[in-house]
Design a protein around this ligand. Structure first.
Ligand code: LMR
Length: 397
């Protein structure tokens, strides 16, 4: 019966981290998946999360409402939209999701069902690889818009704007809130303004993917600039939030989807449809991660501790970025590596070719993505010189 099932391709991100885990080499280094590691290259459970966990000991394991914990949903929308949403809550709907992937998936299903047939979802070239998978599996056409200038290692803003203008009116554009994955390269505030102008002219719909709020500048409000700009300009829009990175809740699957409408009257109906989709897919969301987030966000002392820890994590990444750059310069590695310190967030898009990446993986057991993306969070002062040696060697290939 099942002999015709073809083997699916290995995921370009998760597959690399699995290969790392299977490698017995004592020298191995994992810079594949976007997950924070401490200076000892170990996973880090935030102190604010541990404190919230203590408070939650013994909490019941009852089912949550289909749309999740109300306090979590409200706190999520407030975290992203800030003061901009005051008085506007009635034209927004937020539901708890299975982290960012679940939020994007639910939003894309909503697009297929309630936006005009054939509405295309545009994602940046390059983007997080799962965006296109999600659209494909949801039966929604997806396409790419220009984003990155591979030659000069920077944003190709003119190309991006030209593609937004060329797309059919009313297209959906997935935009990364901040700390673009995989390039680490964001538009400036001025450029966001121009993007919003063009999106408005073309009646495009922003779908803001928010996986790294707090990781770009270390300032939650500053990192939320683009979502708040679209909101304040009156767009109908989607946002997908993940608490995997900024709370370190990777496996807990805590996230939120918010849809902003012009119509208050549409909101109860939109919520009813989202709930129907959730119920049919997984019935209700998991409790633990969302309870942790709601506890931390709802307690001023824990929230302050969280902000402090976020600053420490993003600060460590910044320091390691600089160390890597300095190590490449010290080794006179040919090429301009300044993009490593200009890029922000968890990743650096090195510009290494697939052949160079393969060489590094095979010879040095350093696991980076074939696209050349490196999770800086996986490095530390001990592994930076080894990685810089590997790059110095690989660029000769
Ligand atoms: C990544 O880009 O490495 C993370 O978002 C993890 C994932 O699910 O791909």
């Amino acid at each position: 019966l099942f002999t015709n099932v073809p083997l699916a391709p290995v995921d370009p991100i998760i597959g690399v981290s699995q290969a790392y885990k299977a490698d017995p080499s004592p020298n191995k280094v994992d810079v594949s998946v976007g997950a924070y590691r401490d200076e000892q290259a170990k996973p880090y459970v935030l102190k604010c999360v541990r404190a919230a966990e203590e408070r939650l000991l013994g909490a019941t394991k009852e089912y949550l409402p289909i749309d999740g914990i109300p306090e979590f949903n409200l706190a999520s929308a407030q975290l992203l939209y800030g003061k901009a949403m005051n008085g506007q809550e009635k034209r927004m709907v937020t539901v708890q999701t299975l982290s960012g992937t679940g939020a994007v998936r639910l939003g894309v299903i909503f697009i297929r069902k309630y936006l005009p047939a054939g509405t295309t979802v545009y994602a940046s070239r390059p983007t997080w690889v799962n965006h296109h998978n999600i659209c494909k599996e949801s039966g929604v056409p997806s396409a790419e818009y220009t984003y990155y200038d591979n030659k000069n290692n920077c944003l190709n803003f003119e190309g991006m704007i030209a593609d937004m203008r060329a797309a059919p009116n009313g297209s959906v554009f997935i935009l990364h809130l901040c700390a673009h994955n995989p390039t680490g390269c964001d538009p400036s505030k001025e450029q966001w303004g121009i993007i919003a102008d063009v999106m408005a002219e073309k009646k495009h719909i922003p779908f803001v993917d928010c996986a790294y709020q707090g990781y770009a500048s270390g300032d939650l409000d500053n990192d939320a600039y683009s979502a708040r700009l679209f909101f304040e300009r009156g767009f109908e829009m989607f946002s997908a939030q993940s608490y995997s990175k900024n709370f370190g809740l990777y496996g807990e699957r805590a996230g939120a989807l918010t849809i902003v409408s012009h119509s208050e009257a549409a909101i109860p109906k939109m919520l009813s449809q989202l709930k129907m989709d959730i119920r049919a897919m997984y019935s209700s969301p998991p409790t633990h991660g969302a309870r942790l987030v709601a506890t931390v966000l709802g307690d001023p002392a824990l929230r302050a501790l969280w902000i402090d820890e976020l600053k420490q994590m993003s600060g460590r990444i910044l320091r390691v970025r600089k160390e890597l750059y300095d190590a490449l310069v010290a080794r006179n590695v040919p090429g301009d590596w300044s993009h490593i310190v200009k890029q922000i967030g968890m990743f650096t898009y090195t510009g290494l070719s697939p052949a160079q990446v393969e060489y590094i993986v095979k010879k040095y057991h350093i696991y980076l993505l074939a696209s050349g993306r490196v999770s800086i969070a996986g490095l530390n002062s001990k592994s930076v010189p080894y990685f810089a040696d590997a790059i110095a060697d690989a660029v000769k290939v």
